[in-house]
Write a protein that binds this ligand. Structure first.
Ligand code: UDP
Length: 279
């Protein structure tokens, strides 16, 4: 007797009530939570829970490039590594990175690279390691969103954030933010990322069949959803900034919070000198 439970695809993805299998409306996002600064050993990091997706991103660098012949004298290079853990999907995934992981690593890199000021880091590399702990559709979008947060946490200068989401078509209807089931059994999947500093498309892939009207409708829904996700990214970054600022305040009471910095420094020096005289 086999103990394996096969991945069964549901026949209908939209119910009689017009809702999707997980109870969402057609244009409703899954719940999204983001946290920045979650891995102390990394230079920058972030975590995202997006529906059933659970993903960590950790940034190392800018640091020396290995092998050295990959280094560029005029600018830094970006490396991205998208990986799914063996236990991230219902059927055990082989641990070695396959073609799909290499492709997704590349599309994330291509989406993010243009917004980074890599010319500031000649002969250096910035590496982003993205680990999908649990996968449930739309991981390339969630990974792009979390990778840019980790890079911001690492202090890598950038022109702006990147946000991504996928639209899809199931049971003949356009939906936003496909779940794993919708991705596998749907008629089309359209992941898209926007670079906010110039409002340009940073990633656009398409798999399946839809007509031009449906394509236009998908893009409208994508743009609406991207605005909501960007707000969540900004909130996560602001929270990290406030946490670091508060931590520094407690850690070092000499943090200067005045506009007149020179005056403050003089008065601190004065206090130190007086303190030194008394001992
Ligand atoms: N998936 C899977 N096994 C794999 C790769 C993917 O079960 O080896 C699932 C996983 O839930 C993933 C979904 O298929 O999120 C859709 O994968 P796709 O390649 O379309 O990328 P994604 O939508 O995650 O960006």
């Amino acid at each position: 007797m086999s103990l394996l439970i096969k991945d069964e695809s549901p026949e209908k993805l939209i119910g009689e009530d017009g809702k999707r299998l997980d109870g969402r409306d057609l244009n409703e996002l899954r719940s999204i939570k983001m946290e920045v600064g979650v891995i102390p050993n990394a230079d920058g990091s972030a975590y995202i829970e997006w529906g059933g997706n659970k993903i960590y991103a950790a940034v190392y660098g800018p640091r020396e490039v290995h092998p050295r012949h990959d280094a560029r004298p005029d600018r830094g290079i970006l490396r991205t590594f998208y990986r799914m853990t063996t236990f991230s999907v219902s059927e055990r995934k082989r641990p070695a990175p396959g073609r799909r992981e290499k492709e997704i690593s590349m599309v994330i890199k291509n989406a993010i690279e243009p917004v980074l000021f890599l010319e500031l880091y000649p002969d250096s590399v910035v590496e982003v390691f993205i680990e999908v702990i649990s996968a449930d559709g739309g991981t390339r979008c969630a990974c792009t969103a979390v990778a840019i947060l980790a890079l911001a946490d690492a202090g890598i200068p950038m022109k702006g954030l990147i946000t991504a989401v996928a639209a899809g078509k199931v049971d003949g209807k356009i939906i936003i933010d496909c779940s794993g089931d919708e991705d596998k059994s749907g008629e089309a999947d359209l992941p898209c990322a926007i670079s906010w500093y110039n409002n340009q498309i940073a990633l656009l892939q398409f798999d399946g069949i839809m007509d031009l009207k449906e394509f236009d409708k998908s893009i409208d829904q994508i743009l609406e959803a991207l605005e909501k996700i960007r707000k969540l990214q900004e909130e996560a970054l602001k929270k990290r900034y406030i946490d670091v600022r508060d931590h520094l305040k407690n850690y070092n009471p000499k943090v200067v919070t005045t506009n007149n910095i020179e005056e403050k420094i003089d008065s601190n020096n004065q206090k130190n000198q007086n303190g030194g005289d008394q001992t």
